[in-house]
Ligand binder design. Sequence first.
Ligand code: AMP
Ligand code: MG
Length: 414
Amino acid sequence: MSATDSCCDHLPGLLSIEQAIEQLLAQATAVAEPEPVELAAAAGRVLAQDLASPLDVPGFDNSAMDGYALHSRDLEAARNAGLPVTQRITAGSVGERLQPGCAARIFTGAPLPEGADTVVMQEHCRAADERVWIETTATAGANIRPRGNDIAAGDTVLERGTLLQAAHLGLAASVGIGTVEVSRRLRVGVFSTGDELVEPGKPLAPGHIYNSNRYQLNALLMAQGCEVLDLGSIADDFNSTREALLQAAAQADLVMTTGGVSVGEEDHVKAALQTVGELTLWRIRMKPGKPLAFGRIGDTPFIGLPGNPVSVFVTFLLIARPYLQALQGRTDARPRRYPVRAGFDYRASQRREYVRVRLHDGADGMPVAETFSRQGSDVLSSVAWANGLAEIPEDATVQAGDTVSFLPFAEWTR
Ligand code: AMP
Ligand code: MG
């Protein structure tokens, strides 16, 4: 594109990505119907309640080290004459009150005995004949994990809307919660459109292609914690499309399709949807992925992704995903953009461009993004090769060495 093409017309009638997301979110109602699940099965689910701790964690003052517990007023004596070791306290056991002038052998996690206020790590001690000597300077009050250090009883430990991942499950377990209320999984009815589509594993007839969107979209949805109701692929025909829309909507919280949302004669989604609900066809100022349909079938929301496989991937992550999260009641932050160095020259069109890139280590420590050689919206190898997208603003010219925004795929998969 020449400089004169890009300077004047800013594609009126096209929505920005932010406008599209905002409009979707304005119409998003989170699925209610929380259900209890055992903690062991709660990974990847969305918490439907605030969780408060019923107890202090740790529940008692305990030792952070394997060593010797004593009172700080006996530190000096322990360095000179040593102290008698009068008890041995392991994790899970409870010792007795420590008498003045005595020490207790103690292990990590064991409760500090009454009468002690300091633990000296065993590496700093010498023990012989049931006595212990401290060989270095020790600090009064050291190596103790006080009761409530992590969590105080009554604290909210996890908020409603949290996608439960490893640390959250560990935290809930640490306060003794064995069952949590989570949102019901979002049910998404899915089908691909296109007379040309053949399922992988079957022979390919002339002029046909394998259906890749189905496998890609299902996996993207499952990675978002959705339950997929897969209706397969539907012919480019008004009645079949209409039937599939109704069938999907009857069972699902949301219907998503790929293809058939352009304005060609063989694009039937638009017409079919208009007879069973309502359609808004958006053209979004992004590349890949300009055409995107949004609407409803009866009361069931509908998103029609483009047909080109790379466009499916990019519009799903950038536009459909925030909406899915809202329907799931998720409150996570939007994905971050990270500054990286461009390892390429690029001239963007009047649309914001999402270039498939892979990061490698730059000489100065800043990551450098390399582009895949072919960036067409049909080139699915570019997505499989990449580990993220470089976001190039409308009309921008990027030169190797410039800073660009990088959106890592890893942050998006959940
Ligand atoms: P459409 O929007 O239906 O015109 O599709 C645009 C392009 O994407 C065409 O080249 C289609 O063949 C291709 N396409 C549509 N659906 C799929 C699919 N499920 N798998 C692979 N390619 C597809
Ligand atoms: Mg088509």
